[in-house]
Unconditional design. Structure first.
Length: 284
């Protein structure tokens, strides 16, 4: 079967982009370096005949996608902030909305550096690092940072470490329940913790993602509240004594922001701003 005929059929089953990416992944596996990872190659090679092995793999991948398995898990990667991050079903798939969270972190890094001297590095802790997309991106976008990625899942940390190594990002990773394994006073804590409430109507693709990283009790707010409690408990006295500041940048659904802000204000945090799904607080 020619490439163009396979694509014509597959596009009717999973959509044009997914069909093209599935076929590219198939050709990459079989032809390896002989086939570039570029959709334009499909146009150039549209009259090529697909071999039996290629047809078998393409059929299998197409079946997986039709079953609802997210394309990122089929391909084994997802783009985030212009870079490819390895993903598997041990980690959440990085989402475009989280890029806005990253941008809030990067903006805060710059403000901190401008306020106290550009030579001093900024300490950033990424709680619930998952694939490491935020932690690695912070380190790669600003060399004047010390980045620590924390996650309770050893499997997720294995993925994050591989991403850091392949991307050349200087990030330290530790297995930790929230901030348990972080002692030094950080400048910024960023957290994309589980915040989905099980009662929500949600994208069915989430059925394939790690439930540990998705769902939380108390209308999705249990872990976010616990993190705020732990930060205050661990560092508030030191913050007061040293006249320091900790900026806490959270990802949460916009419908949860009001409740988080109310809880934070009642626990000595200042509310700074929201942007998209991100919410920025200050403990000082």
């Amino acid at each position: 079967m020619k490439i163009r005929y396979w694509l014509k059929t597959a596009r009717c089953e999973v959509g044009g982009l997914d069909a093209e990416l599935i076929l590219l992944e198939t050709l990459r596996r079989v032809r390896k370096e002989k086939f570039l990872l570029d959709r334009s190659e499909l146009v150039k090679s549209s009259e090529d005949e697909l071999g039996l092995t290629e047809l078998k793999i393409a059929k299998s991948l197409l079946k997986q996608r039709k079953s609802g398995l997210p394309l990122a898990y089929i391909l084994g990667y997802k783009e985030f902030y212009g870079r490819k991050f390895k993903v598997n079903q041990d980690v959440l798939i990085p989402r475009p909305e989280t890029e806005e969270v990253l941008e809030v972190v990067l903006a805060r890094v710059q403000k901190i550096r401008s306020g106290r001297g550009l030579a001093k590095s900024v300490k950033v802790v990424d709680v619930g690092t998952g694939s490491g997309c935020i932690a690695c991106s912070v380190a790669l976008e600003n060399a004047h940072t010390e980045v620590l990625g924390l996650d309770i899942s050893a499997e997720a940390l294995a993925v994050a470490k591989q991403n850091a190594e392949e991307l050349g990002a200087e990030v330290e990773f530790r297995q930790s329940d929230l901030i348990e394994q972080c002692e030094a006073l950080p400048d910024i804590i960023v957290a994309n913790l589980p915040y989905v409430d099980k009662s929500w109507s949600w994208n069915l693709d989430l059925d394939f993602e790690p439930q540990l990283a998705l769902y939380a009790e108390d209308k999705g707010l249990a872990l976010i509240k616990l993190l705020l409690d732990k930060i205050k408990e661990k560092w508030y006295n030191e913050v007061i004594e040293t006249k320091s500041r900790i900026f806490v940048i959270l990802e949460a659904d916009t419908c949860q922001h009001e409740a988080i802000i109310k809880y934070a204000k009642s626990n000595k945090y200042k509310f700074l701003k929201t942007r998209g799904l991100s919410l920025e607080l200050e403990l000082s």
